[in-house]
Design a binder for this molecule. Structure first.
Ligand SMILES: *Cc1c(COP(=O)(O)O)cnc(C)c1O
Length: 356
């Protein structure tokens, strides 16, 4: 028998959000993957279609147009950027560049479910630091969990799936406490949805610290989840390492073209984000009015900490045509999507007993 390396067997499975159940006579809604419910903008679709016509050619491995557009938008140098097939890929690239067997990666838990998968795949050991009762990172405990084996710390803000975001002051204090040889990843997948005082200024962190990496994605606010494109911003040394370990030609021409077109249409896309943020507020107000509590959501999703009722709540939602994302024994994550889906969720929660 041919055996993979022992750690390959230990990789936990990724549980993707389920598609909505089909219910005759009822429009179903998928609120299980934090996707953007809006269809592509016509201009973005046209740019992607134009790129499809050149599918016989390899993509630009240097992602030149995308890096130029990002550098101009962010005010960084092109050599501070690294693109990947979604920011999930960049987590893999980062861990393969900075970790190996015997190394430790500190991250909050519950947090993004891809973290333990990527950490285990890298052969490293994850050190999970529980989030607080209100779903926030416990940064003091995370700093205390750093040992001489720690190579990377993953900070997810806003935190998927619990929702709250950290303030800039909190993250800046944390980064200052982390040894300079440990890489601090700030996963900002939901950056555009944040509406709070003192939001994280990731670019300032990168300017001040050579060990900070920002991860951003076109999957959520920009609505390109199916095309797989995200990027990292960091000091040139780290960005260069990420580009060096990346799979050649990973980010397709179609994804690059759509991302560039999305940056050009950013105002329109961010207006849609404003709409989703308003819908989030309406969802939270309705949930609260029904007697339920949620941690402060700063992404495009809310967290219902129902503990061992998670499967039951997701099943009840399925019965009314809503796909939610249960985390067994912990809670249920609900993506913010169409208004009709929010109405149906609120109706359902109003008919159930809130957790005590
Ligand atoms: C969705 C998400 C990502 C990025 O996903 P990609 O589609 O791979 O860009 C990264 N981090 C978190 C926390 C996410 O929820």
């Amino acid at each position: 028998m041919v055996e993979p390396l022992p750690h390959v067997r230990e990789i936990p499975p990724y549980v993707p959000g389920k598609p909505p159940p089909a219910r005759p006579g009822l429009t179903s809604y998928k609120l299980s993957s934090n996707e953007n419910p809006y269809p592509p903008l016509p201009g973005v679709l046209a740019a992607a279609e134009q790129a499809v016509a050149s599918m016989n050619r390899y993509p630009d491995m240097g992602c030149a147009l995308l890096y130029d557009a990002l550098a101009a938008k962010l005010g960084v140098q092109v050599d501070q950027l690294a693109a990947g097939t979604g920011s999930v890929a960049l987590i893999y690239h980062l861990l393969s560049a900075y970790c190996g067997p015997g190394d430790e990666v500190v991250h909050a838990w519950r947090s993004f479910e891809a973290y333990p998968i990527a950490v285990t795949a890298a052969g490293a050991a994850g050190v999970k630091v529980p989030v607080t009762a209100d779903g926030r990172h416990d940064l003091d405990a995370m700093a205390a969990a750093i040992t001489e084996r720690t190579k990377v710390v993953l900070v997810c803000t806003p935190n998927n799936p619990t929702g709250p975001a950290l303030t800039h002051a909190e993250v800046a204090t944390f980064v200052a406490a982390v040894p300079a040889h440990v890489v601090v990843v700030v996963d900002e997948a939901y950056l555009e949805f944040v509406r709070m005082a003192d939001p994280v200024d990731g670019l300032a962190l990168v300017r001040d610290h050579a060990n900070v990496v920002l991860l951003r994605t076109f999957s959520k606010a920009y609505g390109l989840a199916g095309l797989r494109v995200g990027y990292a911003v960091a000091a040139p040394e780290i960005a260069g390492a990420l580009r060096a370990v990346a799979l050649p030609f990973g980010v397709s021409s179609v994804a690059q073209a759509a991302a560039v077109a999305s940056l050009a249409a950013e105002d329109e896309l961010l207006a849609r984000v404003d709409g989703l943020v308003a819908e989030r507020a309406r969802m939270v107000a309705g949930i609260t009015a029904a007697g339920w509590w949620v941690p402060e959501p700063q992404g495009n999703f809310v967290w219902l900490g129902v503990g061992d009722r998670a499967a039951e709540l997701a099943a009840a939602a399925g019965d009314v045509g809503l796909a939610l994302r249960p985390f067994a024994g912990e809670g249920v994550r609900v993506s913010v999507g169409e208004a009709e889906a929010t109405d149906r969720l609120l109706h359902l929660l109003g008919s159930l007993e809130p957790p005590s």
